[in-house]
Write a protein that binds this ligand. Structure first.
Ligand code: C2E
Ligand code: MG
Ligand code: MG
Ligand code: MG
Length: 285
């Protein structure tokens, strides 16, 4: 009967909710332990300068492999870390590891290489010391402030949080670079571009992926690159997966490029190997 079908579907639904809840709690406990035991790692994805065809920077991306559950993806564990108050610990871990690894690259002779780390809304929000912590970490690892970029999403940078903007401005005054991540998703607006002080604008991969099929996207990306340039910002295209996307962005005057076409996020030794093939990307330009 209809009534029975309805009660069955409610039962299935509540099982699913319970399952999701249990996984969340399990991940929360495991993540807390993994952070304490320093079990997370960091992967590095190269960012290529269109002009020189060379890697100038790596984006540091958190990675987590659990012995029992296998690989857990950032989209899942970052949300958990944010919800359960673990995000500042995670952010501190990634920053320390990224700067230590960058210092290794510098010692191997790649002194021009920079690194970027991601920061979530809640990380910048209720901490008052992130600015101090970031500057102290740079000093500890002897990295120049301009060699670190903090990637924040637009919603973080414009949110109602004047405190966050103030912190980003303090960092910028010290020379740290700021990138607007995932631009073209959510509530991107041109007035934000004007109001925000950022050094880089990162075009989200969902937008890059439509570059070849959608004329509208071509127009928006080409215009964005022009607008950003006029506003003294440099554009990083994210999610570049093929030669055609690469060529198109190059023709539009895009400054930097990142995506599987060049390399997936890799370990530090692999990142070093990419740098050693010095002209690896120059010949595809
Ligand atoms: P994001 O900052 O926008 O990072 C780019 C994401 O796109 C990465 O996913 C990267 O692996 C993926 N990607 C890069 N190139 C390509 C491509 O050519 N094709 C496709 N399909 N994907 C590509 P990942 O590593 O899974 O990270 C997802 C998100 O998790 C990041 O997005 C970032 O918002 C967040 N995240 C990662 N690490 C951290 C962290 O340490 N702290 C914080 N707060 N967030 C982090
Ligand atoms: Mg990012
Ligand atoms: Mg992004
Ligand atoms: Mg993204």
């Amino acid at each position: 009967s209809a009534k029975r079908a309805q009660s069955q579907s409610i039962a299935v639904y509540s099982d699913e909710i319970e399952g999701q809840y249990l996984r969340k709690i399990q991940l929360r406990d495991k993540l807390a332990k993994a952070l304490k035991a320093n079990e997370l790692s960091v992967a590095y994805q190269p960012i290529v300068n269109f002009r020189s065809g060379k890697i100038t920077k790596f984006e540091a991306l958190a990675r987590w492999h659990d012995a029992e559950l296998g690989t857990i993806y950032p989209d899942e564990f970052i949300a958990i870390a944010e919800e359960f108050g673990l995000i500042s610990q995670l952010g501190e871990f990634v920053l320390q590891r990224a700067l230590a690894d960058l210092s290794t690259l510098h010692k191997r002779g790649y002194r021009h290489i920079c690194v970027s780390v991601n920061r979530s809304a809640s990380e910048l929000n209720h901490l008052l010391q992130p600015v101090e912590a970031i500057l102290a970490a740079l000093q500890e690892h002897q990295i120049a402030t301009h060699q670190l970029t903090i990637e924040v999403t637009e919603s973080v940078a414009i949110g109602a949080h004047k405190q966050v903007q103030d912190q980003l401005n303090v960092l910028r005054d010290k020379g740290v670079k700021v990138a607007l991540d995932d631009f073209c998703t959510g509530y991107s607006s041109l007035s934000n571009l004007i109001d925000l002080r950022a050094d880089y604008l990162k075009i989200d991969k969902s937008f890059t992926h439509q570059l070849l099929s959608e004329h509208k996207h071509q127009v928006v990306i080409a215009s964005l690159i022009n607008i950003a340039s006029e506003l003294d910002m440099e554009v990083i295209a994210e999610g570049v997966e093929c030669a055609e996307q690469h060529q198109q962005l190059h023709d539009y005057g895009c400054h930097f490029s990142q995506g599987y076409y060049y390399s997936k996020p890799v370990s530090l030794p692999q990142a070093l190997a990419l740098l050693e093939q010095a002209n690896s990307f120059a010949d595809i330009l």
